[in-house]
Ligand binder design. Sequence first.
Ligand SMILES: NC(=O)c1ccc[n+]([C@@H]2O[C@H](COP(=O)([O-])OP(=O)(O)OC[C@H]3O[C@@H](n4cnc5c(N)ncnc54)[C@H](O)[C@@H]3O)[C@@H](O)[C@H]2O)c1
Length: 247
Amino acid sequence: MRESLHDGRVAIVTGAGQGIGLAIARRLEADGARVMFADLEEAAARKAAGETGAAFWGDLADEETAARLVAKTVETLGAPAILVNNAGGGILRPFLDHTPETLRATIDRNLWTAIWCSWHALPHMKAAGWGRVINIGADSVRNGLFDHAGYNAAKGGMHGMTTGLAREFARDGITVNTVAPCAVVTPQYREIEKSNPDLIAKVVSVIPMGRAGTEEEVASMVAYLARDEAGFVTGQVVSVNGGTTML
Ligand SMILES: NC(=O)c1ccc[n+]([C@@H]2O[C@H](COP(=O)([O-])OP(=O)(O)OC[C@H]3O[C@@H](n4cnc5c(N)ncnc54)[C@H](O)[C@@H]3O)[C@@H](O)[C@H]2O)c1
């Protein structure tokens, strides 16, 4: 553990039960943060938290649940200094193939989770005079990737919240940024690779480097933005995308 980087600072990672969120949580732990593993699924949150026992489960698109997450974190680990809004995931399909339920679920899980967790965590960061909010957005907002309109509505809202919050808290020692990945190799990606290789080929064809990213490559950018040394970087959407979109 590289304790000097965070020296026990408290981090909340949402959607930390698996995939990119789990990789981010592990990376922040390695940098010396004490992490609260939050997820919709109890078993996944508990398993990810392991011996630390710092697990929380519930639907974070619900305001009261997000409030309970922050309260439990304060009680058990201390006030959150780092919040990673990673909970989410796409329901990807042509816009007109969505149902009202799938559209609502897309916005709920990707945008409302980030709004409520930020709303409840920011007062603690402001009181401490130091904080990091890091959202996991999506590079597809920049290139209008096929079948992504509903998902981009949610992630685009997250990108927009980033700039507004960054300005609002710029003099409170708090930075707010978004990391925007292109396709990332997760267990789900591996499944699709087997069941629908044509889809994977189509997604990868737009990535100049000719491959999807790794969970660790996303976690690495999050880890950088969480550190003291990134203190002058705020209001940015940083793509981790193998060159898919540039500038
Ligand atoms: N995998 C990719 O290719 C990719 C690309 C761009 C962006 N992203 C974004 O990165 C993030 C992580 O992606 P992933 O592929 O690891 O996803 P995943 O589906 O493997 O994991 C997401 C986690 O979030 C949790 N979650 C979902 N809704 C929640 C809610 N309402 N409350 C609490 N927890 C909730 C899930 O239980 C799950 O454990 C997501 O926001 C996703 O949209 C992923």
